[in-house]
Design a protein around this ligand. Structure first.
Ligand code: FAD
Length: 383
């Protein structure tokens, strides 16, 4: 078993960290306070290859492996999870779905632009009344001649107001998961409206939106995959997406470790650095352990994916563990900082607010446990 990174993977980590330390870390507090990152960073990130990781070179990507992708997501999570979300939704959830399920025309049309962030994508699955139970979504698409006409509402959609295309899941057939199809919808289509949701606890630099589709007309060629395969496409994208979320969480844990150690070795109380107290080291040891455990789970899931083996349950375990670890680590980091940890001038508070959503989206922690429990027992406990 070789857990060392290749030279390419190590050098990508170094380049990514150097770039983000310069271009993102100094601005993340301001972006968080004004609830929007500066989108001028997007083309710079694209130049470094963040959006093209794992999209093959023939479609304009850089064609890296999943472990490299996980390293990129980790570095983004360490710097600013708002940026991680932009990449992992646009080139991950949307780009990967097109890569695996799209026609050659769809791949040629969208992948080169997604891989270079000339366009951004959003992933429209969740609805106001349907979250974890996505197989029962209610948005509808009806056939009208050569077109599909889509109506419905989507909630909490990352990149929603920034995206050029939306991958929209809508019901084309009967009840349940088999009645769902996926559509690539240009967001400038008539009847498509995105409204930003303000006031989030974390990920405040990222656009999260409500989508309203009122008789949005798209040609038959906008359907991704076959009719009735939408749910399969959504679940397959989320399996891979969970590796990205988990990797971003490893970045949060790593960031918490670095900042907690930094503070513990420089802050003095009772005439000694607080890092010399055993109770402070106890918290730092917990963060350090979580960083290693979460990273190993992420790398295992990514490696299984790279080998073409089944990785869904490994991705669920990585996402469950890493997201809960990120919340624990950020809480510890705040405790190490004392009162200063409560102020956004120091990174721990933002890490906690950003980490909190990771246990909710792309399947809550409860849903990950049900997936793992089903794999272990063979019993479906979802309903
Ligand atoms: P619900 O499904 O209503 O769940 C509420 C509670 O009930 C949770 O604790 C849940 O674990 C529990 N629960 C539900 N069912 C069960 C069960 N069978 N057994 C045990 N417990 C259960 N969605 C998208 O489609 N695209 C996006 O880009 C996107 N981005 C997001 C960004 C942010 C910032 C947020 C907050 C959400 C985003 N989401 C997105 C939505 C997200 O995926 C959902 O919020 C999530 O799936 C949970 O759904 P819900 O909020 O409807 O909660």
């Amino acid at each position: 078993m070789d857990l060392s990174l290749t030279d390419e993977q190590s050098s990508f980590r170094e380049i990514a960290r150097e770039f983000l330390d310069k271009e993102a870390v100094p601005h993340r507090v301001e972006w968080d306070r004004r609830e929007a990152v500066d989108l001028a960073i997007v083309p710079k990130m694209a130049e470094l290859g963040f959006f093209g990781l794992t999209i093959p070179e023939e479609y304009g990507g850089v064609g890296g492996d999943y472990v490299t992708y996980a390293i990129g997501m980790e570095e983004l999570g360490r710097a600013d999870s708002a940026l991680r979300g932009i990449v992992s939704v646009s080139s991950g959830l949307v780009g990967k779905s097109i890569l695996y399920f799209g026609t050659e025309e769809q791949k040629q049309e969208y992948l080169p632009r997604l891989a270079t962030a000339q366009i951004l994508g959003c992933f429209g699955l969740t609805e106001p009344d349907i979250g974890s139970d996505a197989g029962n979504l209610t948005s509808k698409a009806r056939r009208d001649g050569d077109d599909w006409v889509i109506s419905g509402q989507k909630l909490f959609i990352t990149n929603g107001t920034w995206a050029d295309i939306a991958l929209v899941f809508a019901r084309t057939g009967g009840e349940g998961p088999r009645g769902i199809s996926a559509f690539i919808v240009p967001t400038d289509s008539e009847g498509f409206e995105a409204r930003e949701i303000k006031g989030k606890l974390g990920l405040r630099g990222q656009a999260t939106a409500e989508l309203f589709l009122t008789d949005v007309r798209v040609p038959a060629s906008a359907m991704l995959g076959e009719e009735g395969h939408g749910f399969k496409i959504a679940m397959s994208s989320l399996d891979k997406g969970r590796i990205a979320v988990a990797a971003g969480c490893v970045g949060i844990v790593q960031g918490c470790l670095e900042t907690a150690v930094d503070y513990a070795t420089s802050r003095t109380q009772f005439g000694r650095p607080i890092g010399s107290f055993q109770l402070v080291q106890d918290m730092i040891a917990d963060i350090s352990l979580d960083a290693d455990a979460a990273r190993l789970l992420v790398w295992r899931a990514a490696d299984l994916c790279d080998r073409g083996e089944k990785f869904g349950v490994a991705a669920s375990k990585a996402k469950l563990y890493a997201s809960e670890a990120a919340v624990r680590a950020a809480n510890h980091a705040i405790q190490v900082y004392g009162g200063s940890g409560y102020i956004d001038e120091y990174p721990a508070a933002k890490y906690l607010r950003d980490a909190r959503v990771m246990t909710l989206y792309e399947g809550t922690s409860q849903i990950q446990k049900l997936l793992i429990g089903r794999a272990e027992t063979g019993i479906n406990a979802f309903t």
